[in-house]
Design a binder for this molecule. Structure first.
Ligand SMILES: [Zn+2]
Length: 495
């Protein structure tokens, strides 16, 4: 009896043990298979990086604990609510120091600190603000420059207005920025978003302000350890009161001058993506494409491609412009230049918005946003096979209401499925911040990213940039050097 019991026990243990081992092996195999699909598979960390990775994980854990101690529910707060908490911790400090490579997705009207915009605008005697309610020509809070005595009715001197009523400066700041104050605040995002650009649009075409603005933007980005910038750029004519209007070329030559100045002390490069609007028709877009080609022929080093923007729920679809896309090859022949597409697509939560599907069938190099790509698995595969990059803008997506709880951002699915992405800030000035460090903070905390993932995102921003082959390698070499230095210093700084 005793012998039988021992035998039974022995066999049970053996079977149970075997099952456990095979489950463990199966689990490990599944985990390996899943991990090997992920976008950062293949990244190998050095010993120093492994040490920093562990510290980063600890830092992240401490953030969650600290938020708990302060009864701050991280998952139910908007970026705007989290920002002071983020700024107070070590992770933000470290991420600010982190070399970030390139900022691939930005727009001309949202690059720079709005406090600086107001501060600088009010220094100009010829700067005015519109104080009547929104009308056909101007809207409340719109800024513009006028020669003395020529300001249309409704405009008052900005400087005088702030002198007479100092709190107006803060009010204007609110009118020029768009924040999601709480996750449940009701805002008509795109209407409000577009108003922000309209309010500063006329400032940016005044040449003296234009040059000051871009100088500020480029230097600020270098302070955030960004070495390369690509701007979706609207080409309107610049003007000043001495000369009148300047053609589109002046904007480029001015930017080149500023760039040269920045490059005297900093590693920095710039590419311009000619940008137009989704609410135009095919005839207008073909005219825009023609202009883009003319500029590209004249400035091949700086004009890198073409894009269309606007709220995808109201603008024309990518397929609507098929006629324009078909004109591309003839234009390429005519001008002897390529015009790669960098289209915004899938900035939507709807399966009825097929832009992402259409864009995957075009000769498109990078996708702006791609939020609903996860609902189009075949398009996702195509984008992977075509080795296109998705430019993800986490804070922008939350601010404009596409994502609330950042843990559920669709880019997490893209990354785990092996779609290459980069991190971007879209219009940080409008969203009330500068640079890229906050976006990285959000994704380290909410997406639980490790150093392998961070490193891949950073290097993607140069590997998928529109730097040409001669420019790319030196840029990557510089980034590699900065990265090594960063890891060394970060390891010294953290326990
Ligand atoms: Zn954008």
């Amino acid at each position: 009896m005793k012998y039988r019991f021992v035998l039974f026990l022995g066999i049970s243990l053996l079977l149970f043990g075997c099952k456990k081992t095979s489950d463990q092996n199966g689990g490990a195999k599944a985990a390996f298979e899943n991990d090997s699909l992920s976008f950062e598979a293949g990244v190998k960390l050095s010993e120093d990086e492994i040490a920093f990775d562990k510290k980063l994980a600890r830092l992240r854990k401490q953030i969650v604990e600290k938020a708990g101690e302060q009864s701050l529910d991280l998952n139910n707060k908007s970026f705007e609510e989290i920002k002071p908490f983020a700024e107070s911790g070590k992770l933000y400090e470290i991420l600010k120091r982190m070399p970030k490579g390139g900022l691939l997705h930005s727009h001309s009207g949202g690059l720079t600190d709005i406090k600086w915009v107001i501060e600088t605008a009010k220094k100009y005697e010829e700067c005015y603000v519109f104080l009547q309610s929104d009308g056909k020509d101007y809207i409340f809070g719109q800024l513009a420059f006028f020669k003395n005595g020529t300001a249309p009715q409704g405009f008052v001197s900005l400087r005088r207005k702030i002198l007479e009523e100092p709190p107006f400066e803060n009010k204007l700041y609110e009118l020029l920025t768009l924040k999601r104050k709480t996750l449940c605040a009701q805002v008509n995002y795109w209407i409000e978003f577009e108003k922000r650009f309209r309010r500063i649009g006329l400032l940016l075409s005044y040449r003296p302000f234009f040059t000051a603005y871009y100088k500020k933007a480029m230097y600020d980005l270098t302070e955030d350890n960004i070495q390369h910038l690509e701007i979706r750029f609207f080409f309107g004519n610049l003007y000043d009161f001495q000369h009148g209007e300047y053609g589109a070329e002046t904007a480029i030559t001015d930017l080149e001058e500023i760039l040269k100045e920045v490059q005297k002390t900093k590693q920095f490069s710039l590419k311009i993506i000619y940008t137009s609007f989704k609410f135009l028709d095919n005839k207008q877009i073909e005219e825009q494409l023609e202009k883009a080609f003319q500029l590209k022929k004249k400035f091949p080093e700086i004009i890198s491609g073409f894009d269309l923007v606007a709220d995808e729920a109201s603008g024309n679809s990518i397929s609507y412009f098929q006629e324009s896309w078909s004109a591309l090859s003839a234009l390429s022949k005519k001008y002897g230049a390529e015009m790669p597409l960098f289209l915004h697509a899938g900035e939507s939560n709807s399966v009825f918005n097929k832009n992402i599907e259409d864009v995957s069938l075009l000769n498109n190099r990078r996708v702006g946003h791609g939020l609903n790509l996860i609902y189009f698995p075949q398009a996702m595969n195509r984008i992977k096979q075509q080795n296109e990059l998705v430019e993800v803008s986490p804070i922008s997506n939350q601010t404009l209401g596409y994502v609330s709880d950042m843990r559920n951002h669709p880019a997490r699915v893209l990354l785990r499925s092996g779609v290459q992405c980069s991190v971007n800030s879209d219009d940080p000035g409008v969203f009330g911040y500068e640079g890229l460090s906050y976006d990285f903070w959000m994704i380290v905390v909410y997406w639980e990213l490790d150093l392998k993932a961070l490193k891949k995102l950073v290097f993607n921003s140069l590997n998928y940039s529109s730097l040409n082959e001669n420019e790319k390698q030196p840029a990557l070499d510089y980034l590699e050097k900065e990265w090594l230095l960063f890891i060394e210093q970060a390891n010294q700084k953290l326990d």
